[in-house]
Design a protein around this ligand. Structure first.
Ligand code: ZN
Length: 309
């Protein structure tokens, strides 16, 4: 097995996240991929780097420009996304697994592939941050790449936030860890739905009262991705003001999880994107965690209300 340590830089929109024409959300548009290939003994054997010309978010966000040093001028003649992905997959080869620092790259990669209507991403990914925290017995939940590298005595003078430099530092960190053990003991756990591929998608436009979401039939019912019959959903589990979870079931095709993402439009009304996921053990665990958190939050709120009386 080969391991591809990779990192990406992506551009964002100014202010509110924009939706693509079909209602799908693109958090960030990938503008650079950098990677280091490791052989099955975790020894670096090759590197890869490409810039990518954006087609959705053309103008470089000032913050991204400042952080990465990537300008529109640099991207002007860069390959298009599909071309860059082809080069990247070529570099990865037939059989590979990936290693990233943190868990944000894979969801963004999946969003970009979907926005370009390309085949999904299925390579197994190891978050090196998780392996690092475990092997250094660090109780923190997150640690910056730079901090981890410094703690391991890795010296570098290059500027971070260049995809290849970040991938190279990630590879250097892996060299200091017991990667065989890290990979063998790795527990794949879904932290966010964006790590999974959805099997159904709907958009609901012009929602004006978020308090009455539950009674809107377009929210209440979702079509089964297989037989297209309407499924009545359960209670709405609030993850945040903009993210809600619903559970629905088809008598024939079983249960599904629905993620509702709400975006406020300029008109003041809301558009909701509904993503439908196949129900499985991972989804169940994720749903129960969110359900518990939502219930706790509600209890806290009610206790506060009672205390005021
Ligand atoms: Zn069905």
């Amino acid at each position: 097995m080969k391991y591809i340590v990779f990192d990406m830089e992506w551009n964002q929109t100014r202010g509110q996240e924009e939706m693509l024409s079909d209602g799908r959300l693109l958090t960030g548009e990938i503008i650079e991929i950098g990677a280091v290939k490791l052989n099955d003994n975790f020894v670096p054997v090759d590197t890869f780097k490409t810039y990518i010309q954006p087609i959705f978010y053309h103008k470089m966000h000032s913050r991204v420009k400042k952080l990465t040093g990537i300008t529109n001028e640099i991207l002007k003649d860069a390959p298009m996304f599909d071309e860059a992905m082809e080069m990247f997959l070529d570099f990865c080869g037939d059989e590979f697994e990936t290693i990233t620092w943190g868990d944000s790259d894979i969801p963004v990669l999946k969003e970009n592939l979907s926005a370009h209507k390309m085949k999904g991403w299925s390579a197994k990914n190891y978050d090196l941050q998780t392996i690092y925290l475990k092997q250094t017995e660090n109780p923190a939940r997150n640690i910056a790449l730079e901090t981890a590298a410094e703690a391991l005595g890795i010296e570098f003078t290059e500027n971070l936030h260049d995809a290849l430099i970040d991938a190279a530092i990630t590879a250097l960190i892996s060299k200091k860890l017991d990667m065989r053990k890290g990979v063998d003991e790795y527990v794949f756990k879904i932290k966010d739905l964006s790590e999974l591929d959805h099997i159904g998608f709907e958009t609901v436009k012009k929602l004006d009262n978020l308090q009455k979401l539950r009674s809107d039939p377009r929210i209440k019912y979702t079509v089964c991705p297989y037989c297209k019959r309407p499924m009545l959903s359960d209670r709405i589990v609030s993850q945040s003001s903009a993210k809600k979870l619903l559970k629905a079931s088809c008598p024939e095709h079983g249960e599904f999880l629905i993620l509702l993402k709400l975006h406020k439009q300029q008109s003041g009304k809301y558009t909701a994107s509904k993503y439908v996921y196949e129900w499985n053990d991972d989804i169940e665990e994720l749903y129960n965690t969110k359900l518990e958190a939502a219930d706790k939050k509600k209890d806290k709120f009610l206790a506060r209300v009672r205390a005021k009386k």
